[in-house]
Design a protein around this ligand. Structure first.
Ligand SMILES: [Zn+2]
Length: 686
C-alpha cells in the first residue's frame, strides 16, 4: 500500500489520542436486517447530498452523547462490543483463583476498578520513576533513561499510528527491502500534543490548545508535587516546540521512500549529539545492528536537541511524560486534569466515560489476545467465519476480474498485480495462534505496575521477533477490535471478529445490504494492496517497483484526480481536506466499493435482487454503504481528524458513490446535481 498509513477502515486517530478519555453510551439501533429506511431523508436528492439522503433522519434524531467526541455506526458497534467484553471480563473477575489468563484478566480489571485503593496510594507508585529521573547527572545517563522509556507503540504501515510521547517509537517487522528478516524501525516522537502542527500552526484554535496544554503540564507537575511547576512546564513546552520543528509532517510520514536503513555506526554518524549506545542499551536494543529509520531528518534533529538543550530541560520533559503516560492509573485528580485537556479540549467530549468502560478498554489492550480468545469463543460463531470467508473469496475474484478488464494496464503489470492478489493472506475473526501471557505478571492491587508491566511485555514480545523469521500470519488488531486492516509488509489482511456483526455484517440481511457494508470494507482492505502506497510493495511485501513506467503514470494520474476531488471538500471556512493526505484511503474506498458492487452482482447469479421497502437491490447496496459511514463529530474532533488522520471525514467517504457509474443508474442521477460528475470526471482507479 501506498503510504503506509491508515491502512485500516476507520479512523483511530481521535480515539487513540485519548485512550483514557474515550466515551461511549448510545442507544442500540433496532435491528431491521436491512437498510435503515427511517434513518434516511428522502426529501434530499441523492445526487445533491448522498450522505444526507442516506442518513438525514438519523443525523437529525441523534445527539452526540456527552462522553463522546463522535457518534456513528462505528461507535455504536464499538459500544456493543465493549458491553460484550465487559460481560465477559466481569464473569472472569468473579471467578476467584481461576488461574491462567482468566485470573490475569479478572485481576487486572478489578484492580483498576478499585478506585479507593488507587486514591489511597496517591503518587507513591510514581515516585521511584521520578526519583530515578531526578538522579540523572550526565547526558549518557539521560540517553540511557530515554532508551528505557521506548516501547512498541507506533506503526507506520498497518494500523498506522505515528504518535508517541517517547522520544522515539519502535516498530518491529520485516525490512522494507528485505522480507527475509525482521528489523527494528525507529520513528520520531516526544510530543504530548497530537502532531507538530499543534505547536507550529498560527491558527487561533491551535493557539488556544497550546495555552491549555501548557496549563495541563503545569497542573500535572503540581499534582505530582514536583517543585517549580510553572518554570518546568515552560521548559517542557519550549523543548517540545523545538522537537516539533524537527518533526516530519503528517504527509511526509506517509512517504515510504523516506525511511533509510542505518547501521549503529551510521546512527551515531548521521544523528550525532545523542549517545546511541547508551540509548539502545536502555531500550534493550543493545544487540541490534541495523535499523529502519523512518524519519531520518527528524532523528538527526532530535538527536541534536539532546546535545544542544540543557540537561534540566530534558529531565523536566522526562518527568512530565512519566506522569502523563501513567495518568490513567493515578488518583482522580490526575485523571480529571488529563480529561480536561485530552478529552474536552482536544476532542470536544463533555463528560468522562464511566470507569467501567475505561477499565474494559485498558484490560482489552493490556491482555489483547487473552481477552480476544474468550471473546471469540463466546461471540463469534463458526458459521459467521465461513460466510465472511466466502464473501472475501468473492471480493478477491471480483478484484481479479477488474484487473483483467483494465484497458490501460499492460499484460506484464497485470500478471504481477494478480500474483499479489493470489498470495494475499486473509485472516478472518482471529489469529491462528494465540499470544502466551504466562510470563506477564499481573498483581492484584497494583494498577500502576500492571499497566507498566503489560506495556513492557508487549515491547519484549516485539523485540523477540528480531531473532525469529517474519510471520505472514501475524495479527495487528485484536479480535475484539471494531475495524479491519491491510498489512503491506505481510501482504495480508485482518478482519477481526468484532466488526463481523450488524450493522456491518448481518447474516439475516440481503446480499445487497451485506456487500454494501461489509463487502465494501473487505474490498477497501484488499484495495489497500493497490493504493498509491500499497501498490509500491510486491507480492513478498518488499518495497519494489513492479510497474511499467506507463502503467504507473496512468495510475498516478487517476490518483491525482481523486486527490483533487477531496481537496475541494471544505468542512470549515478556514479548513479544507488535504487530498493527498487522505488519498490512499480514498483509492481504497473507490476501488473497494467498485469490487464490492461487482461481487454483489455476481452473488445474485443472474437472479433479480429482492426489493426491500420499495428499494431495489442496487439502491440498497449504495444506501447500506452510505449508512455504514453515518457519523456526527464534535468540531475539535473533526479538526483533529483533518489534521492528523489519513481518513477523510465520514460524510465524504459516503460520497465515494459519485465515482461509480452504477450509482447514477441506480438512482437516476441527473447531470447538474451537486455530486454528479461527468463520466470523464469519475475516478476509476481499478
Ligand atoms: Zn483503509
Amino acid at each position: 500500500m501506498a503510504h503506509l498509513r491508515f491502512r485500516y477502515v476507520f479512523s483511530l486517530g481521535v480515539v487513540a489520542a485519548s485512550l483514557a478519555c474515550q466515551t461511549s453510551p448510545a442507544k442500540e439501533a433496532v435491528p431491521t436486517h436491512g437498510i435503515d429506511v427511517a434513518g434516511m431523508d428522502r426529501t434530499v436528492a441523492p445526487g445533491d447530498d448522498f450522505n444526507a439522503y442516506a442518513n438525514g433522519g438519523w443525523l437529525k434524531a441523534t445527539a452526540i452523547p456527552a462522553e463522546k467526541a463522535t457518534i456513528g455506526a462505528f461507535d455504536l458497534l464499538a459500544d456493543r462490543v465493549r458491553q460484550q467484553t465487559s460481560d465477559l471480563i466481569q464473569g472472569l473477575a468473579q471467578t476467584a483463583n481461576a488461574g491462567g489468563d482468566a485470573q490475569k484478566i479478572g485481576d487486572f480489571y478489578t484492580t483498576y476498578m478499585d478506585e479507593a485503593a488507587i486514591e489511597a496510594k496517591g503518587i507513591a507508585p510514581l515516585t521511584p520513576k521520578l526519583e530515578a529521573i531526578a538522579a540523572i547527572t550526565t547526558k549518557p545517563a539521560l540517553a540511557r533513561a530515554i532508551g528505557e522509556t521506548l516501547r512498541a507503540d507506533v506503526d507506520p504501515l498497518n494500523a498506522t499510528n505515528f504518535q508517541t510521547e517517547h522520544l522515539f517509537g519502535v516498530f518491529v517487522s520485516q525490512g522494507l527491502n528485505d522480507p527475509s528478516r525482521n528489523y527494528p524501525y525507529l520513528l520520531q516522537g516526544g510530543l504530548g500534543l497530537p502532531d507538530r502542527d499543534y505547536y507550529l500552526s498560527p491558527s487561533p484554535q491551535m493557539n488556544e490548545l497550546r495555552t491549555k496544554y501548557k496549563a495541563l503540564v503545569k497542573t500535572l507537575f503540581e499534582l505530582a508535587k514536583v517543585s517549580d511547576a510553572a518554570a518546568r512546564a515552560a521548559r517542557v513546552f519550549a523543548l517540545e516546540t523545538k522537537m516539533a520543528h524537527a518533526h516530519a509532517t503528517r504527509l511526509e510520514s506517509q512517504d515510504v521512500h523516506t525511511p533509510l536503513t542505518w547501521s549503529r555506526t551510521e546512527l551515531a554518524a548521521k544523528a550525532p549529539g545523542l549517545d546511541w549506545s547508551a540509548l539502545l542499551d536502555g531500550a534493550s536494543l543493545g544487540s541490534a545492528q541495523t535499523f529502519v529509520v523512518w524519519h531520518p531528518k527528524a532523528t538527526t534533529g532530535l538527536a541534536a536537541l539532546v546535545s544542544s538543550e540543557p540537561l534540566d530541560a530534558w529531565k523536566d520533559w522526562l518527568t512530565f511524560h512519566a506522569i502523563n503516560e501513567s495518568g490513567a492509573m493515578l488518583p482522580k485528580a490526575f485523571v480529571d486534569a488529563r480529561f480536561e485537556f485530552y478529552g474536552k479540549a482536544l476532542t470536544g467530549a463533555e463528560a468522562m466515560r464511566p470507569r467501567w468502560k475505561r477499565g474494559v478498554d485498558l484490560t482489552s489492550a493490556a491482555l489483547g489476545d487473552a481477552v480476544g480468545k474468550a471473546y471469540v469463543a463466546k461471540y463469534f460463531p463458526p458459521e459467521t467465519k465461513a460466510k465472511v470467508e466466502a464473501m472475501v473469496r468473492n471480493l478477491v475474484q471480483a478484484f481479479n476480474a477488474r484487473i483483467d478488464a483494465l484497458t490501460w494496464m499492460t499484460p506484464d503489470t497485470k500478471v504481477k498485480a494478480k500474483a499479489k492478489v493470489a498470495t494475499l493472506k486473509v485472516g478472518v475473526g482471529y489469529p491462528d495462534t494465540w499470544r502466551d501471557y504466562s510470563s506477564l505478571n499481573i498483581v492484584k492491587g497494583d494498577a500502576f505496575g500492571n499497566i507498566d508491566r503489560a506495556d513492557l511485555f508487549e515491547y519484549k514480545h516485539q523485540l523477540a521477533k528480531l531473532s525469529a523469521p517474519p510471520d505472514k500470519g501475524e495479527w495487528w488488531m485484536t479480535p475484539q477490535t471494531v475495524n479491519a486492516v491491510n498489512l503491506p509488509l505481510q501482504n495480508a489482511l485482518n478482519f477481526p471478529a468484532a466488526i463481523l456483526q450488524p450493522p456491518f455484517f448481518d447474516a439475516q440481511a440481503s446480499a445487497a445490504y451485506n456487500y454494501g457494508s461489509m463487502g465494501a470494507v473487505i474490498g477497501h482492505e484488499i484495495s489497500h494492496s493497490f493504493d498509491d502506497q500499497g501498490s509500491q510493495f510486491d507480492a513478498d511485501g518488499r518495497l519494489a517497483n513492479w510497474w511499467t513506467p506507463d502503467d504507473f503514470a496512468h495510475f498516478k494520474a487517476a490518483g491525482e484526480a481523486l486527490a483533487k476531488q477531496y481537496d475541494a471538500y471544505k468542512p470549515f471556512p478556514d479548513l479544507a481536506l488535504n487530498g493527498h493526505q487522505v488519498l490512499s484511503e480514498n483509492i481504497a474506498d473507490v476501488a473497494g466499493l467498485a469490487a464490492a458492487f461487482d461481487a454483489y452482482r455476481a452473488s445474485l447469479k443472474g437472479a433479480a435482487a429482492p426489493e426491500f421497502q420499495g428499494f431495489t437491490g442496487d439502491q440498497q447496496f449504495f444506501i447500506s454503504f452510505g449508512q455504514s459511514w453515518r457519523t456526527k463529530y464534535r468540531e475539535p474532533a473533526l479538526r483533529q481528524q483533518i489534521a492528523t488522520d489519513g481518513h477523510a471525514p465520514d460524510e465524504y467517504r459516503a460520497d465515494t458513490v459519485r465515482n461509480l457509474d452504477a450509482w447514477y443508474t441506480a438512482f437516476s442521477i441527473p447531470a447538474g446535481q451537486k455530486l454528479a460528475l461527468s463520466e470523464k470526471e469519475r475516478v476509476k482507479v481499478w
